[in-house]
Design a protein around this ligand. Sequence first.
Ligand code: RTP
Ligand code: MG
Length: 148
Amino acid sequence: MEKTFLMVKPDGVQRNLVGEIVARFERKGFKLAGAKLMVIPSTLAEQHYGEHSDKPFFGELVDFITSGPVFAMVWEGEEVIATARQMMGATKPQDAVPGTIRGDFGVTVGKNVIHGSDSPESAEREINLFFNEDQMVDYKKENLAWVY
Ligand code: RTP
Ligand code: MG
């Protein structure tokens, strides 16, 4: 099953949005495969955002993402990579449609609450950067016959 890397950014953690964001992916029907609260070391931040290393905002981006705890997650499900990007909304909050996470909570492009892998290649790369195999859990959702 497809997996993606999602992360509540430092602004989202500061604004108490971890539960709200986790709840959206749970309600959608995706499965949480790994999660941890962590402060990203700058070497990891530079690797994670390596594709932006020549952009003028790179320094700011690395400073921000390392400025406080993030909530890093692996989510699993059919087409989870593209679907999570839809649920996140556009990078710039002014372009993000209401109902999306960034549309509902994002304030500025630099503080846009959530990160999500943008392709299968990024997802594999980012999951491997942030999670060891033993930090992810492979399990089945039960058939909840005892809920009535
Ligand atoms: P992310 O990687 O964080 O999930 O965001 P994204 O794919 O929607 O956007 P991306 O193009 O990968 O940009 C990464 C992050 O860099 C910041 N950014 N700042 N000042 C600017 O013009 C600017 N442009 C991008 C944003 O925080 C964006 O999420
Ligand atoms: Mg990106």
